[in-house]
Design a protein around this ligand. Structure first.
Ligand SMILES: Cc1ncc(COP(=O)(O)O)c(C=O)c1O
Length: 387
């Protein structure tokens, strides 16, 4: 079969492949510790499940508007106003099949062949692939551990060319856990306004913050940057709803209308009764979010301390999300070789940094229970000592 060339331009997802191998090993009865998952280990809160069940019982089982249920779009607009100080109406919101679909759809609606999209590296692995699928050119800008893996205003300025269409910002970040301070964001915003560049702000981890770190949306500083901001988010991480597939984009009306057209010819609406669960997530009690955050806070302290006690390994303390990005370069191994051998020898699954554009590092997700983290760290120490 002659497949479309675009399928050759993107590799298969390494994270999904490693998670699948680890799951298969578990199914064989092996004692696997998995640090690979990009999802909370908690179940979806009962009140959210109850709202979706009620919607099912009430017959909310039909096709709905492609851009989402008006009630959910309104709840998202209200949330963005209340939590993020962003002034959106219902027409500025589209509900999508998860944050991943939000971003894919956005690239389809915005990017023309040859358009450049600036992506700070390390990056969430799907950003460059989505840009390529839309026939755009990802421009990767390497950041450093010393700067907590954040792009500097000078680096952003240097990366801008007449072809630059979009800047991708992800704070809190997957894979590094970095969080941009309001001051840092304001400096980036000033450049984007001056050079008239759009920014997509992926805020899917906004509620998972530590040590007093604050999340501010880049669009909230002034009218000029607001007009150039597209917010991408979803329910997967904050509300432990990864399998529900509900996300959203907020942005200028013409963009939302274009995305709705594409959605109308591809996926149509997001699962109708799932959208009613999402309304409850936004409008109901936020206690479950707090409970998860407390657990993540404890695990983060534990895992960061243990890693930094292992000779030849180091990691900055992440300020958000639920990942640690560990520098393994002093072991002399490349990240893929490290992760494959570690899984094979010690039955521990981690994601090689090369998947995120940084071969010196591996990513460990601490969205797993403390006992497994302790066991995994013992195995990590043993493994590194054996290299
Ligand atoms: C930075 C980032 N953005 C977006 C997503 C997409 O999330 P979902 O499609 O599950 O809503 C993820 C998931 O791993 C992510 O880490």
């Amino acid at each position: 079969m002659r497949l479309a060339t675009r399928t050759e331009q993107v590799p298969a997802s390494i994270t999904l492949a490693i998670s699948a191998t680890a799951k298969a090993m578990k199914a064989e009865g092996l004692d696997v510790c998995s640090f690979s998952a990009g999802e909370p280990d908690f179940d979806t809160p009962d009140s959210i499940k109850a709202a979706a069940k009620k919607a099912l019982d009430e017959g909310k089982t039909r096709y709905g508007p492609a851009a989402g249920e008006p009630e959910l779009r309104q709840a998202i607009a209200t949330k963005l106003q209340k939590d993020n100080n962003l002034d959106y109406e219902v027409e500025n919101i589209i509900v999508t099949n998860g944050g991943k679909h939000s971003l894919f759809n956005l690239m389809m609606a915005l990017i023309e062949p040859g358009d450049e999209v600036i992506i700070p590296s390390p990056y969430w692995l799907s950003y460059p692939e989505m840009v390529k699928l839309a026939a755009g050119t990802p421009i990767l800008v390497s950041t450093t551990a010393e700067n907590k893996y954040k792009i500097t205003p000078e680096q952003l300025k240097e990366a801008i060319t007449p072809k630059t269409k979009l800047f991708v910002l992800n704070s809190p970040s997957n894979p590094t856990g970095s969080v941009y301070s309001p001051d840092e964001l304001q400096q980036l915003a000033a450049i984007l306004v001056e050079r008239d560049i759009l920014v997509v702000s992926d805020e899917i981890y906004e509620k998972i913050l530590y040590d007093g770190a604050v999340h501010q949306s880049i669009g909230s500083f002034n009218e000029e940057i607001f007009a150039r901001t597209i917010v991408s988010s979803g329910f997967a991480k904050s509300y432990s709803m990864t399998g529900w597939r509900v996300g959203y984009i907020a942005g200028p009306v013409e963009l939302i209308e274009a995305m709705s057209k594409i959605q109308g010819h591809s996926t149509s609406n997001v699962c109708t009764f799932a959208q009613f669960g999402a309304i409850e997530a936004l409008e109901g009690s936020q206690e479950a979010v707090e409970t998860m955050l407390k657990a993540f806070t404890k695990r983060r302290r534990f895992i960061v301390d243990r890693i930094n006690q292992i000779p030849r390994l180091s990691c900055p303390t992440p300020e958000g999300a639920f990942y640690v990005f560990v520098d393994i370069s002093e072991t002399g191994m490349a990240s893929l070789e490290f992760c494959e051998t570690f899984l094979d020898q010690e039955k521990v699954a981690a994601i090689p940094g090369v998947a995120f554009g940084e071969d010196r590092c591996i990513r460990l997700s601490y969205a797993t229970d403390l006992a497994s983290i302790e066991k995994g760290m013992n195995r990590l120490e043993k493994f590194v000592n054996s290299i």
